[in-house]
Design a protein around this ligand. Structure first.
Ligand code: C5P
Length: 395
């Protein structure tokens, strides 16, 4: 997962950094923002917090912020620091090693790569002082993008406009090392959520799956650079950034969407697919005083087993197993029966459905690995990294 620290400087182009945050999130990056005092005059912390879905930092002197996440840690945790817009003043202070506010202190304290997207008036950009500072920054290893040319907010014309957000995103992607995106160029198929099996046009059989673990897996895979197709049963969760979502309702719809999404390098079947559907769901079943109607159930296709036996089988097929007892034994048997490479077994006898945490065991041909109880996002990140390692080892 790529963590980007975005420093928003004080220029009118700061409004474009809002669009940049949206693009970065869509591309699967996590974004944390630092807003300079000048930037605060153009966009609000609330805007940046809402778009980044993260806390926004504005000052060095906040005891609470400092206690929760020290300012040094803030920049060191990032894979890349992006300064956009990089104003003439901010670049001058960076070039001279100032550390008189949060942004410059972070920039001086970090050994993380830094990318600056400059934005300023054309005369300011062309001024020898700015050109000297840009040359110094480049000599110091900072990547300073060339500004765009055109009409400026002040009415003048020339170089100094902030590069367009898609161009900044492209520069960001190019700067992130391949180590951050080990799944770049891979396609991974994920199923998630429950299925709904109609009894009649108004009623259905469902299960308690919230879809949260599967959605987290899809997001974690995208964050490692994969192209992810998420075939989702009926849940109202937001689509994780960078993920292509196909909504389905029944197991048969899901099987069809999965077949259409192949080929893939890996398939991770997290969905709680209904094992049975109701035969012939025609008109609404009426309560007409007679005996309660019997439901005749027929078996649904096993999507995991079908994918694992398909001629274009993904190199890695991963299933999930929700069990309430003999968790590991059942998972070991399931792996063999369904011809999956791995089964992620979880004990659902507690509050796993809809909850935040999960306690899983990874069952592979090499044995069983029990992970400690952790958040569903952490399980997803761990699994995504394992998938990246396995695909790398197999290619
Ligand atoms: O057999 P069981 O439902 O416990 O298997 C769980 C695993 O099989 C999960 O990975 C689930 O997504 C997958 N599965 C499936 N199609 C079914 C039933 C389960 O893909 N019809």
């Amino acid at each position: 997962m790529s963590h980007i620290l975005l420093i928003v400087g004080g220029g009118i182009a700061a409004y474009k950094s809002c669009e940049l945050i949206r693009l970065m999130r869509k591309a699967g990056h996590s974004v944390r923002c630092v807003l300079t005092e000048g930037g605060n005059h153009f966009v609000t912390p609330m805007t940046l917090a809402a778009l980044s879905e993260n806390q926004v930092f504005t000052t060095l002197w906040d005891l609470k912020d400092e206690a929760e996440m020290g300012h040094i840690q803030l920049s060191r945790e990032a894979d890349l620091v992006v300064v956009a817009p990089g104003t003439a003043d901010l670049m001058a202070r960076m070039a001279n090693g100032h550390a008189d506010d949060l942004a410059t202190t972070l920039l001086l304290a970090t050994d993380t790569p830094v990318l600056v997207a400059p934005a300023m008036n054309v005369r300011m950009w062309l001024h020898p002082a700015t050109q000297r500072n840009v040359a110094q920054l480049r000599a110091d290893g900072v990547e300073v993008m060339a500004p765009d040319e055109g009409v400026m907010a002040c009415g003048e014309f020339g170089p100094g406009r902030l590069p367009e957000p898609p161009a900044i995103l492209a520069a960001i992607e190019a700067k992130l090392t391949p180590a951050h995106r080990p799944l770049a160029g891979r396609h991974v198929l994920v199923t998630a959520g429950p299925t709904h099996e109609p009894i009649d046009p108004v009623r259905y059989i469902a299960n308690r799956s919230s879809g949260r673990q599967g959605f987290a897996v899809a997001g974690a895979l995208a964050a490692l650079g994969a192209r992810v197709t998420l075939v989702a049963g009926p849940v109202s969760l937001p689509t994780p950034p960078g993920v292509d979502r196909v909504n389905v309702e029944t197991a048969r719809d899901m099987a069809q969407a999965v077949a259409q999404a192949l080929p893939a390098d890996a398939a991770v079947m997290v969905a709680a697919v209904a094992d049975w559907r109701v035969e012939a769901a025609g008109q609404k079943v009426k309560k007409d005083g007679a005996a309660a109607p019997a439901l005749t159930l027929v078996e649904n296709p096993d999507i995991l087993a079908t994918v694992a036996a398909a001629p274009d089988r993904p190199a890695l097929v991963v299933g999930f197993a929700a069990e309430t007892e003999h968790v590991i034994d059942h998972a070991v048997a399931k792996r063999l029966r369904k011809r999956a490479d791995w089964i992620v077994a979880n004990d659902v006898s507690g509050d796993v459905f809809g909850g935040d945490a999960n306690h899983v065991h990874l069952v592979t041909a090499d044995g069983v690995e029990s992970w400690e109880r952790m958040g569903k996002d952490a399980v997803a990140r761990g699994l995504a990294q394992r998938i990246a390692d396995a695909l790398q080892a197999r290619s």
